[in-house]
Design a binder for this molecule. Structure first.
Ligand SMILES: [Zn+2]
Length: 345
């Protein structure tokens, strides 16, 4: 079997057993933290349900390859439409999320027989981004599931799904793989030892992230820049903070994902500072930056650092919810920990 998902052997084995026994569910709910491999596992399940090889999912047969390439006619993902252009007028400027019109479209498609394979697979990812009316519409579909259709709901926060939806899905929990699991996976893919060790620590178990960075060194370079900024923040004046906020907000309009990644790096950085302050250096993610972490730990008040870790998380959430980027960044940077001012003469 080639489920091949780092740290998710348990979930894969459970799926494999139910498929081997011919007991596939109409709907699955894959729950777990971000970038832990939920979507990949959903695609593997789609392969297993359509595979023509001896050991599904073989990964090598025509259907498996088409699914991996995203060109199988019977496997589709419903997700948040990020671009407002081309949306009907009633949805422009509306809240982000998966809308009821997408679910209606789904009802239309799933009423048809599969074109190419044995099973139609519909992945809803992130399912917890379905808005209330979308969830109600989807519930109706689940109550009378169309034949030969398997739904896979992928969610980081299952509490945002209607209990009546959850109870109709077979739930599988994906856990964060250990640092050692990630390191092994990186080594197996030819990443050199030193980098594998660092990326595994930084990943906090997010294999997808670690693989992405291993494949694209410019992402590490970008991280180096974000961390230098994080380190410099504490000694910046109010004017410098406002100027940086403005610049980052402009960046965000062009490349939102880059600022979100920056904020993720910041959060990890300040969390590490907290760990050092708490005497738990062993647990830090940024193992290559211990001297700077110690410097910040020694010079900044612990309660301010703790508050800032929370503020960074909030800022990420607000940006995801369409808040004014400039306002969010100004608020965040003005709240950043402040180095004790040298006494003035
Ligand atoms: Zn196959």
């Amino acid at each position: 079997m080639t489920w091949g998902l780092v740290g998710q052997e348990r979930a894969a084995a459970a799926l494999e057993r139910s498929l081997a026994a011919g007991r596939a569910a109409h709907a699955y709910l894959f729950v777990g933290p971000e970038r832990v491999g939920k979507h990949t596992l959903a695609l593997k399940l789609a392969q297993a349900l359509n595979c023509e090889g001896d050991e599904p999912p073989c990964g090598a047969c025509e259907p498996c390859r088409r699914i991996a390439a995203g060109i199988h006619a019977d496997v589709q993902t419903v997700t948040v439409e990020s671009d407002e252009e081309g949306l009907p007028a009633d949805r422009q400027g509306a809240q982000k999320g998966i809308h009821v019109s997408q679910i209606r479209e789904l009802e239309r498609v799933t009423a048809l027989k599969p074109f190419q394979g044995r099973n139609r697979v519909v992945i809803i990812d992130p399912a917890d981004e379905m808005n209330a009316s979308a969830q109600n519409a989807f519930l109706k579909t689940l109550e009378e599931p169309p034949p030969q259709v398997v739904f896979v709901l992928v969610a980081a926060d299952e509490s945002r799904l209607l209990p009546t939806i959850r109870s109709r899905c077979r739930r599988l929990e994906l856990r964060l793989p250990s640092v050692a699991d990630v390191e092994t996976a990186l080594l197996e893919r030819g990443v050199d030892e030193e980098r594998a060790r660092l990326l595994a620590r930084l990943s906090r178990g997010r294999v997808g992230w670690a693989l992405e960075v291993a494949a694209d060194p410019s992402l590490l370079e970008r991280r180096r820049e974000s961390l230098s900024r994080a380190g410099a923040l504490a000694s910046m004046s109010v004017a410098q903070r406002l100027e940086l906020a403005e610049r980052l907000a402009q960046d965000f309009r062009r490349r939102p994902e880059a600022l979100l990644a920056d904020l993720e790096a910041w959060r990890d950085w300040w969390r590490d500072v907290l760990l050092v302050q708490g005497g738990a250096e062993d647990g830090v993610a940024n193992v290559d930056r211990l001297p700077e972490l110690r410097r910040d730990a020694a010079r900044l008040p612990r309660d301010e650092v703790a508050a800032f870790v929370r503020a960074v998380e909030e800022a990420r959430r607000y940006l995801g919810e369409n808040a004014q980027p400039r306002l969010v960044m100004e608020t965040l940077l003005l709240d950043a920990p402040r180095e004790a001012q040298p006494a003035r003469r």
